[in-house]
Design a binder for this molecule. Structure first.
Ligand SMILES: [Zn+2]
Length: 244
């Protein structure tokens, strides 16, 4: 009888340890499978964000990064917004997506009580060349380079930029920065895909003087991030490249 009891105890012990072992093994397998799942998810996430950056495809145009003379944006159209009376009808177009964003932004400003006025959008290479040559002739190259982009280096050739003012202030100069319309722009343009392209105190990076009136379409979410962080497009793109 004693022998029988001992045998039963031993058998039970063997079975229960076997049970614990298999149970642990299957748990381990489950944990490993989960780990794999998590790492695949992470991998996928990383790949998506890379593609997102590629899809953003933000065009950088500055004094170092020039456009060729025959670069012409696709799908240009005149945005359905108010223009300054003095605005040249030949330079009112924008690339379609940017034009829609501009319309939305003007409508948003209007809701908040500001009447924005568009001044100058897409300028072909030849038009920019004429502007630049005239300025050089008038004030010399050094002065011209501060205010007028050399042909091929103007964002206005991209169809993604617009100079704008408001009924509050209608001269294309620094004074625009003291208006409530400009404050509105600073706070809100990022929500519509736009940035203040040549901000104050960033001249060393953009190589342009502060231009409160010049906005550039980069699209969301880039615009929001650039405006929230008060950085330039150059700094944003450098950050994106560093995190790739
Ligand atoms: Zn401009």
């Amino acid at each position: 009888m004693k022998k029988f009891l001992v045998t039963i105890i031993i058998i039970t012990a063997i079975f229960s340890s076997l049970f614990i072992y298999t149970n642990n093994q299957s748990k381990k397998i489950a944990i490993n499978q989960n780990k794999n799942k998590i790492s695949t998810n992470k991998k996928q996430k990383k790949e998506t964000s890379k593609t997102e950056i590629k899809q953003q495809n933000i065009l950088l145009v500055n004094k170092q990064s020039k456009l060729s003379g025959n670069y012409t944006p696709q799908n240009l159209r005149v945005p359905n917004v108010k223009f300054m009376n003095s605005s040249d009808p030949n330079v009112r177009q924008m690339e379609n997506e940017a034009a829609t964003a501009l319309e939305n932004m003007f409508a948003g400003a209007s809701k908040d009580g500001f009447t924005l006025l568009a001044v100058s959008g897409y300028r072909p290479y030849e038009y920019q060349k004429k502007l630049y040559d005239e300025k050089v002739e008038k004030d010399g190259k050094a002065e011209a380079d501060k205010y007028v982009a050399e042909p091929g280096t103007s964002e206005h050739q991209t169809g993604l930029a617009m100079d704008l003012l408001s009924t509050e202030y209608t001269s294309l100069d620094d004074g625009f920065m003291n208006t409530n319309s400009y404050k509105w722009l600073l706070e809100n343009c990022g929500k519509y895909g736009f940035i203040i392209r040549y901000p104050k105190d960033k001249e060393n990076i953009t190589k342009y003087n502060f231009e409160p009136w010049h906005i550039r379409y980069v699209g969301l979410p880039a615009s929001q991030e650039i405006m929230n962080k008060s950085i330039t497009l150059e700094e944003y793109l450098a950050e994106q490249n560093a995190s790739k």
